[in-house]
Design a protein around this ligand. Sequence first.
Ligand SMILES: O=C1O[C@H]([C@@H](O)CO)C(O)=C1O
Length: 553
Amino acid sequence: AKTRHFKWAVEYMHWSPDGLENVVMGINGQFPGPTIRAKAGDTLHIELTNKLHTEGVVIHWHGIRQFGTPWADGTASISQCAINPGETFVYRFKVDKAGTYFYHGHYGMQRSAGLYGSLIVDVAESQKEPFHYNGEFNLLLSDWWHKSSHEQEVDLSSNPFRWIGEPQTLLINGRGQYNCSLAGKFSKSSINPPCQLRGNEQWAPQILHVQPNKTYRLRVASTTALASLNLAIGNHKMVIVEADGNYVQPFSVEDMDIYSGESYSILFTTDQNPSNNYWISISVRGREPKTPQALTILNYSPNSPSKLPTSPPPMPPLWNNYTHSKAFSSKILALMGSPKPPSNYDRRIILLNTQNRIDGYIKWSINNVSLTLPSTPYIGSIKYGLKNAFDLKSPPENFPLDYNVVKPAKNQNSTYGSGVYTLRFNTSVDVILQNANALAENVSEIHPWHLHGHDFWVLGYGEGRFTKEDEKKFNLKNPPLRNTAVIFPYGWTALRFVADNPGVWAFHCHIEPHLHMGMGVVFAEGVQRLRKIPNEALGCGLTAKLFMNKKGN
Ligand SMILES: O=C1O[C@H]([C@@H](O)CO)C(O)=C1O
């Protein structure tokens, strides 16, 4: 195993992600940020310098569990203080499991501003993947707004509330087309004429060049701020083999859903007519699509990459065809030989997701608490037993029996909170994510929930309100291990994990505006087992005061 060193500078820069010039957050002059490639067991050493001039920054390594290095998780207010302008913070951690990962900003709405990139971990030198392929591609999916993330943040925090709306463009590896369509003559809308591209534009699509009769691995990860996506490769079947850095029982599909925070590996074989090229398409699911499909080309050698496919781009399933989405999710099962969940739970926490009002401001709440992050990182205030850093009362474990999850709430008001669920070390924890009706009647949305510091087993999905009876249908035989799981409208999702990683871990909806509106909780476990938290992570809030008072620290 190696230690891999990186020196990164984060800054705002002019860029044209979709043909319109805008401002993005870049790393070392690149958007998306550089792709990290490592081998399982390697240590990454990333010196991150904040060149933003007027705001802090942190980077979260999504899917990396950070065993023994919880201060490197990159969550402002939770695992560290935001890095101040001009300062450098060293992220040093081990990548212990092969898989498809990514990294992104986790402060304010910096992910929406374009602070993200790919992190690919190959199997260790002596290991083999449980499948074969001749070549691979990596697609990082995102969504793009022409309004700045700062303006979006103000819009979401205002009364009256201003929703950010649907993205203008979907991006594949940071590239999309706003004013034109790659589909040209196939494009149904007359506003989007065929694109005139030379290929060297920042917004030119990244073409996938393939040879006939080979098998390729397509890695995909979604770091969208909002959009749930459906991916298809025209005329080609896809075999899913990995999800969130865990191998799954291979299964074949024509199209697949991917929610924000998820990653997959897909195998496909170039067994179609080699004189044609084919579409790769990304479309919006789960919200009424107002954003055009993102497209790129699967280019069979020796065809010209500019040769248009002979048929129109794949037709995605209807945006609200949840039966289709649920069928896909339920096909994801662990590969034989994967770690199994404990057969029982020590504690079950039920988390009701609701849209609420607090003093007229629109928020999201969990068991009627809308998360507000404190100014001192939890990891420091818990370790040092600071009393006034956050709400010391534990948040609710459940919600009232008479709450009807399929109707708008009788009382739509909620409260702010910063409390923590303290988990007993090494215990088995069940989390039931319970979806409900939003503020408006007959509305319930998809929420992809992401857990830091752990993978969890997805034990099952169900409709309506979860009851104790439902646990009889849990899959304890081959549930998939993941770090992100979706709740479907009006449904529930059951997860289990072992609280075996000392640290403080965010668990939240990966939709950026929803997190901003309070849709998350905080878990803490075994914090007293941490021997030394680097002071550089805690130079703000009450921990900074503590260090100043303890002279010589
Ligand atoms: O949080 C959200 O707010 C809007 C809508 O519910 C209110 O405008 C929306 O679609 C969300 O997902």
